[in-house]
Ligand binder design. Sequence first.
Ligand code: MTE
Ligand code: MO
Length: 432
Amino acid sequence: MAAEHPGQGTLRRALRWLVTPPDFPPFRPGSFRSGVHDTASASWLGIALGVAFGMCFATGLLSHLVQSGGSLLSHDVVNGGGWRAWPTAGAGLYRITQGLHVITGIAAFPLLLAKLFVVYPQLYAWPPVRGVRHAVERATLPVLVGGSIFMLITGVQNVMYWYPWGFFFPVGHYWAAWVTIGALVAHIGAKASVATAAVRRGLPDDPAPRAVAAPGGPATDGTPAGYGTLAPAGGLTRRSVLTGAAAASGLLIATVAGGTIRPLERLAVLNARQPSTGPQGFPVNKAAASARVEEAAMDPGYRLRVAGRVDEELRLTRDDLLALPQHEAVLPIACVEGWSASKRWRGVSVATLLERAGAPAGSAVRVASLQAGGFYRASDLAPDLAADPDTLLALQVEGEDLHLDHGYPVRLIAPNNPGVLQTKWVGAVQVR
Ligand SMILES: Nc1nc2c(c(=O)[nH]1)N[C@H]1C(S)=C(S)[C@@H](COP(=O)(O)O)O[C@H]1N2
Ligand SMILES: [Mo]
């Protein structure tokens, strides 16, 4: 056997030094004595998070499609009329999808915190990189964690009407969602086999106290020795972490679901808007005073302008509108922020107005507010929605004239339309 070249010994020592964890916490094996930091808990929390994020992403994307007038980058994202596939039948569908969006996002909060708590020791796993696949997986983690936190925090801030940042919420929230979901897909790809194995084993039992003395070797899934191979410490058990996360999540669901599900309203203590509190029994999202429309809306000289043809425009007083055939519909206002309220509306169908104005059949329509500024001063109706008899310029709600804050003298209310597009204080209806 050939004598070893002195350089080889140095190399071997260097390699051994590299793969040997530093002999101090948190790197020293066994630094995390609690059994809660194990793969099974991480997998179960990961699956729950995957389901919550998946539902939240799907419903959010849907909401975005319904709102975006085909434009994904500019402030036009909230103009509507861009997605023809969205049905006008099933007036309350958006109410359900958007309720789910907010509920699943909020329910994900405790799951995410628990997941981070369970897996954070793996940050100190030694060696820091075990190969190309591991390197890629670790590189996507900050994106996934940062993106998830960003999505949940900005979402909750929007629900609270708190906008401390310098970007337009729908645009920032939308693009960050794609980045986050991309990192999530990569993460699921890397962890799918570990998670399916965990599911097959069932919910993790906490090791019996006797197992304490038998720290395991490296786990078969690649988790280094010392991570989750020891007994529970500090009173925390796997079961208590998982049931605690599930309970916190359930409690949050119960307290926000009341924004959508009326029987739960009394529990909806965390919601910024209570769905049956406000003038005429439902919330006001933007009051007339803050939209600076009081004067124009109360002006006796008010006329609704309806431009159906290039050469001609109808100018209608509120009484003119009341003299037209009136149509009634029970339709919800479903705010993107997760509250919704169903009401009986009465007014003139947009289709009736268009017909009177001589607009060509199948027209797309823009509904513009008296409001001079603000992102929600106009909304677009796709031809199907404009033609639906339940798409109303409402004059009354629940048998009363509209309250000024609900859009007096006239507001738009259309089936299955996001709240932001139910334009109040309408001043003009234009064929596009
Ligand atoms: N002109 C105008 N219309 C508007 C808004 C607005 O800010 N300006 N807010 C919209 C939003 S976000 C919602 S949820 C509904 C709420 O209607 P409400 O205030 O009558 O409940 O009005 C919509 N119509
Ligand atoms: Mo809204």
